[in-house]
Design a protein around this ligand. Structure first.
Ligand code: SF4
Length: 345
């Protein structure tokens, strides 16, 4: 039987020569040689030039299936509110093609995927942040700049991190994914310190705006597996998007989730709710990368909210926002009375 989306395999791989001094760099080189993937070299993961493709449209698509293996030099972590204290940078970029994805704007002209082989240094830095905040708990979000699970079957970096945080007293790890390739993570010694979250949505949103990701049923099946492996489980419903029949669409989502998740996994679930938003720069990039998108990006239908760095975002008008928040919260309370809604934003 078809198992949906295959695990990601890049079409083209670049190595920074220094990355080969790390064991993970060597492992990846061997792996891609065996898979017969085209291999090239680049002086820096920030400056990959000469990507194939005849125009921006083609180059964007090729970049999204290009992996760059490099060294993370900036070890200052960004903050990551509201879900964690810090963003932990294991990778940048994603092979998914979600039309609304904010990586399109944040990564600008570098939409290729980068993985960093100096994992130990990144984890040492995380330890320093934990020590600074001790005895407070410090949470690290591993999916701010990528869908880390989607490439982890190649690198096992996330698995290494899960086990690192599994041993730590004050560290917690969290990440979110739209991919179902989780099997290698099931036996990681997480000790309950990692919250494994899946991004879920109404059928309409997945069908029209999330090409290149795993099917909803596969994500839910993977969620059941990780919960059975003892991971604290969570779901991010994002972006919550108004469309014709949205109330039924989201109701169906929670019904399905309720029906498919094993009963004993339902006691410790978290939900994070994020309404759809866009910025003016994002709108321009989305329309360039996905010119046929049905994504509604009409400023007139939205409410402007001032944002950091002077770039405001367009969210739903107050009345719609309230309706959305109440409707989704009611579904969660109905189907998952023991779950915790962490925030709506
Ligand atoms: Fe962006 Fe996540 Fe979609 Fe990847 S899976 S394109 S990171 S929204």
């Amino acid at each position: 039987m078809s198992k949906g989306r295959k695990p990601f395999m890049p079409q083209l791989v670049y190595f920074e020569p220094d990355a080969l001094e790390y064991p993970l760099g060597q492992t990846l080189l061997e792996k891609f040689k065996q898979e017969d993937v085209e291999i090239r070299y680049t002086t820096s993961h920030n400056q990959v030039r000469n990507l194939p493709g005849e125009n921006d449209f083609q180059r964007y698509r090729i970049a999204k299936s290009t992996l760059v293996v490099g060294i993370r030099k900036t070890l200052k972590f960004d903050t990551s509110k509201p879900s964690a204290e810090y963003a932990i940078p294991f990778a940048t970029g994603c092979m998914g093609h979600c039309h609304y994805c904010y990586l399109q704007t944040t990564m600008g002209s570098k939409p290729y995927i980068r993985t960093y082989v100096n994992v130990e240094e990144i984890l040492e830095q995380a330890q320093q942040y934990m020590d600074e905040r001790s005895p407070e708990i410090t949470r690290f979000e591993a999916s701010c700049t990528s869908d880390i699970v989607g490439i982890d079957h190649l690198t096992h970096t996330l698995k290494r991190a899960i086990e690192f945080f599994g041993k730590s007293e004050q560290g917690r790890l969290r990440f979110v994914t739209k991919f179902h390739h989780v099997d290698h993570l099931l036996d990681a010694e997480h000790n309950g310190k990692t919250r494994f979250r899946f991004s879920i949505n109404a059928d309409y949103v997945i069908k029209y705006f999330e090409p290149g990701t795993s099917r909803l049923e596969d994500r839910i099946e993977a969620a059941a597996k990780v919960a059975k492996a003892g991971y604290p489980l969570g779901f991010i419903v994002a972006p919550i998007y108004l469309h014709e029949g949205w109330k039924e669409g989201y109701k169906h989502l929670f019904e399905l989730l309720h029906a498919k998740l094993p009963e004993d996994t339902k006691h410790d679930i978290t939900f994070e709710l994020i309404q759809h938003r866009f910025t003016k720069p994002a709108k321009r990039v989305i329309q360039k990368n996905y010119p046929m998108t049905k994504l509604e990006l009409d400023e007139e239908k939205r409410r402007y909210k001032w944002g950091r760095y002077g770039i405001g975002k367009y969210i739903y008008p107050k009345e719609q926002e309230t309706d959305m928040k109440e409707t989704i919260s009611n579904y969660i309370n109905e189907f998952f009375p023991k779950a915790k809604i962490e925030y709506f934003t």
